[in-house]
Design a protein around this ligand. Structure first.
Ligand SMILES: [Ca+2]
Ligand SMILES: [Ca+2]
Ligand SMILES: [Ca+2]
Ligand SMILES: [Ca+2]
Length: 355
């Protein structure tokens, strides 16, 4: 065979191999929020006396090209737990395994233990539906991830299941991927797991939060442990409201704490206003339970109800206009909480000159 022809055949077979390159068929998980108001609830739980929760229903489907499958891998992780692999389907029908850093199979509970599968947060709504500071956080730490039902929301990106049979959408056996309580969990493509509002930890603890409308934020795979076809769609938000109709146990305050007034006498005195001026001067403040008002000047953790004088917007900074309002209250001698005032005041408080 002439040398040239051998070379040509070699090149041809190389290009055939290249076109048949094996690729990963990655899953894609994300949260879908409550479909209706009835899917939410504000209430208590027997196991957590004295706490109030915002409970909500959510759906977490796999809308990727391959199934989401995680399985214990036999390696001891201590604490009666095992390490867990993500099993990735490949275009040639094979699979490959990669060990996850966040997930553990927990023999004691027969559940997956994870810090990043389902993270829930309450955040302030800034003007123009902006996303403000996180003021409460929740975590669903022990999970059974299973294909509860077909993902019915039919988002445009959902692949056509009937075309995906070889790619794990509906496995050849006709069975969908269900958790078996023996270290295997996951979702078939086009299927979703439903977390109902009545499940423990399917919530954010909102004890002490004031009446108002907030963002509820849900993030899947927050530690980016799972390899997915779309890593950018994992945060979903919806609004919820706390008001007079939503307090089952008298556990939510109907009057907010006015932090500037540390002794709670409905009057801001000189020492009290100096403290807020200190926070104003620092440009930024953070939550610190060890101080007289629960805050400290400077940069730090802002996961708490914002300072009442940081209201327009509540963004972790007390602005000049916000401090001027407090000086007005100081000069008046007294104030009252008056959310129903007509016309409404800018911060929900009215000046009380009788003090
Ligand atoms: Ca995703
Ligand atoms: Ca991911
Ligand atoms: Ca006072
Ligand atoms: Ca502010």
């Amino acid at each position: 065979m002439p040398f040239r022809r051998i070379l040509l055949i070699t090149l041809l077979s190389l290009s055939t191999m290249a076109s048949a390159q094996v690729t990963d068929l990655l899953p894609d998980v994300l949260f879908y929020g409550p479909a209706s108001e009835g899917d939410n609830d504000i209430g208590t739980h027997l196991n957590h006396p004295g706490r109030v929760f915002f409970k909500f229903r959510t759906s977490i489907p796999d809308i990727g090209m391959g199934e989401f499958r995680i399985v214990k891998n036999g390696q001891d992780a201590g604490n009666n737990q095992e390490y867990v692999d993500q099993i990735i389907q490949r275009s040639d029908g094979s699979t490959r395994a990669r060990t996850l850093s966040d997930f553990r199979w927990d023999n004691a509970t027969a559940k997956m233990q994870t810090l990043g599968w389902a993270n829930y947060r309450v955040r302030i709504i800034l003007p123009g539906d902006g996303v403000g500071p996180i003021i409460r956080e929740g975590l669903k730490e022990y999970v059974n991830i299973t294909s509860t039902q077909l993902h019915s929301d039919n988002p445009p990106e959902l692949p056509d299941c009937t075309q995906q049979i070889t790619q794990g959408c509906i496995p050849p056996s006709g069975e969908r991927l269900n958790s078996n309580h023996n270290g295997l969990q996951g979702l078939s493509v086009g299927y979703t797991d439903i977390y109902s509002k009545n499940l423990e930890f399917q919530w954010v603890d909102i004890t002490g939060l004031h009446w108002g409308t907030y963002w509820c934020e849900m993030e899947s795979d927050s530690l980016n442990d799972i390899l997915e076809s779309d890593e950018t769609n994992n945060v979903t938000r919806f609004k919820f409201t706390i008001d007079a109709t939503s307090d089952p146990g008298g556990l939510l305050p109907d009057t907010p704490t006015f932090h500037a007034d540390q002794d709670g006498n409905n009057s801001v005195d000189f020492t009290e206003i100096l403290r807020v001026i200190q926070l104003f001067n620092s440009g930024e403040y953070y939550c610190d339970e060890s101080t007289e008002d629960g805050f400290a000047p400077g940069t730090g953790d802002q996961v708490c109800t914002p300072h009442a004088s940081d209201y327009d917007p509540p963004d972790g900074h007390i602005s000049l206009s916000e401090i001027l309002r407090l000086i007005q209250i100081y000069n008046a001698g007294g104030y009252t909480y008056c959310p129903a005032a007509d016309p409404a005041t800018e911060d929900g408080y009215c000046l009380d000159f009788a003090k």
